[in-house]
Design a protein around this ligand. Structure first.
Ligand code: FAD
Length: 425
């Protein structure tokens, strides 16, 4: 039995804690925030408990289902027919079925055929080795042509990744397309899921299970130092407490590690620092009426500086209309300094542009979630740049959401990784 200290009570940290406790270890989880859940945590908004950041589940999220089964909460999964749209040139275009692509007025027939084929093959593909070295632009232009990239992709990538938009790996985009593309009831009906009660249902069940096995979850407990001696971890310092440790599993954003673990070799520190992330300012709006019938709307419009919005309550009904407008950006972008009010004003103005029947008085409430390390930027051959999960310090493993490249951030993958690290103890 080892004393295992886990940094971070997000899904990965909690999944690692549960597995380590099941294996009989003494587990302490240290979390800077006042609530568990990390990116999947909730807040109270519009009279309901809801995710700070929108969360949906896809049919391929195998590890989400596995852990829900283990925790006895499988009956809380719900599946809903959903649809996607593009807003281009002042109009919403349904984008849910092969017919939508045929009717779409902004592409010629050959481009539509090539794009449809490329997307279909992407959902069938299993191997990503030949996509690993390609930037997404090259992949889309080779498969579907430049017109498709310019019409459907360029602006979305630029408004999410800004100066990094030409450096996003095709393998990473492919896993995103495949995850959503295979979450369908039929060719003509996309179907996405949510957990009844939101992702907090999973977080709470994880915390309860960890504590029932004797593990302890310490909230509002920021880790300041992972102490090593003779090349092996011995303790974690957090606030006024020192937690002796035989093993440490870090799930905090990897670029924080050089400060937290001063004993790491310089080349490992440099590799963690080199992992690029973009932040997110996620605007939540409580509205008197719906903006659209769609769950997800992509926006390609030169007058609108957001890549889209998520009308979350078209997926998970909570008795109020709640829309998320995520502003992803490098934290060096000038907008990162904007006040919350300015973001709300701009975001609501854009929604009114999409749906001109929305009035000023339809905005009932708003809230903003900010996250500095919201999305790793995974360029071609990304894995080759990452330090190993087992760090050069014996007993210290470290990973964050970029470690499951080419998969994108996701609850399912964080569960898988957390468990793997606990099993490697
Ligand atoms: C806007 C947005 C939308 C998303 N949508 C979806 C979705 O639809 N479906 C889906 O499956 N996934 C989605 N995700 C991704 C999903 O939320 C994440 O993959 C998952 O929650 C990551 O969990 P984690 O534990 O790996 O990381 P995190 O949740 O980041 O956990 C790391 C934890 O470490 C803590 N920490 C940091 N520094 C310290 C310190 N010094 N001391 C102690 N603790 C510290 C943090 O507070 C945090 O709780 C979304 C994420 C975002 C941001």
């Amino acid at each position: 039995m080892a004393r295992v200290v886990i940094l971070g009570a997000g899904i990965m940290g909690l999944a690692a804690a549960l597995r380590a406790a099941q294996l009989g270890h003494h587990v302490d989880v240290l979390e800077v925030d006042s609530r568990a859940g990390g990116m999947a945590a909730h807040l109270d908004f519009a009279g309901v408990s809801i995710e700070r950041f929108y969360h949906f589940v896809c049919r391929s999220d195998a590890m989400t289902f596995a852990i829900m089964d283990e925790l006895g909460i499988s009956d809380r999964m719900r599946w809903v027919p959903t649809s996607l749209a593009y807003y281009i040139d002042g109009r919403l275009h349904d984008w849910s079925t092969p017919l939508s692509l045929l009717k779409f007025p902004h592409l010629d027939l050959i481009s539509k055929f090539r794009y449809g084929l490329q997307m279909f093959l992407a959902t069938r593909r299993r191997n990503w080795s030949d996509l690993d070295a390609l930037p997404v632009r090259t992949w889309i232009e080779r498969g579907s042509g430049r017109r498709v990239y310019e019409t459907l992709w360029r602006r979305l990538l630029e408004l999410k990744f800004f100066e990094f938009s030409e450096d996003v790996s095709a393998a990473w985009i492919w896993t995103r397309l495949k995850r959503v593309g295979t979450s369908r009831r039929s060719l003509f009906q996309e179907e996405l899921g949510y957990i009844e009660g939101g992702s907090e249902t999973l977080v709470t069940a994880l915390c309860t299970a960890v504590e029932q096995l004797g593990g302890r979850i310490h909230l509002s407990r920021p880790v300041q130092l992972v102490e090593a001696k003779n090349g092996r971890v011995i303790a974690v310092h957090a606030g006024d407490r020192i937690f002796p440790a035989d093993a440490v599993i870090s799930t905090v954003p990897a670029p924080l590690l050089p400060e937290l673990v001063p004993d790491l070799p310089d080349d490992t520190k440099a590799a963690y620092r080199a992992i690029r992330n973009i932040g997110v300012v996620c605007v939540m709006l409580h509205l008197r009426q719906r903006v659209s019938p769609y769950f997800w709307v992509n926006i390609v419009d030169p007058t609108i500086e957001i890549p889209g919005f998520i009308e979350f309550t078209n997926l998970r009904p909570v008795g109020a209309n709640i829309v998320y407008v995520p502003y992803y950006m490098p934290v060096t972008h000038e907008k990162w300094q904007w006040s919350n009010e300015r973001f709300v004003q701009e975001a609501f103005g854009y929604l009114r542009q999409v749906n001109s029947t929305l009035r000023e008085t339809d905005l009932l409430d708003s809230s903003i979630g900010r996250l500095r390390y919201a999305q790793p930027v995974c360029g071609p051959r990304f894995l080759e740049t990452l330090p190993k999960v087992q760090t050069p310090i014996a007993g210290l493993q470290a990973a964050d959401t970029c470690y499951y490249y080419p998969e994108d951030r996701g609850i399912s993958e964080s569960v898988r990784f957390g468990r793997l690290m606990a099993e490697a103890l």
